[in-house]
Design a protein around this ligand. Structure first.
Ligand code: ZN
Ligand code: ZN
Length: 50
């Protein structure tokens, strides 16, 4: 799944723990559907927290 940051940057991002593709919840936060982690990732385009 390609996730989209509020700045428009789009990318597939994978969970560091289990390698599953991350999904976005209704608030736009990243989370892993397998292990339930919510990784803190900085957007490479705008530098803000995802
Ligand atoms: Zn995971
Ligand atoms: Zn961004």
């Amino acid at each position: 799944m390609v996730v989209e940051h509020i700045c428009g940057f789009k990318k597939e991002i994978f969970c560091r723990e289990c390698g599953t593709e991350l999904i976005q919840n209704s608030r736009g936060q990243l989370m892993c559907p397998k292990c339930g982690r919510r990784p803190a990732i900085l957007c490479p385009q705008c530098g803000r927290l995802w």
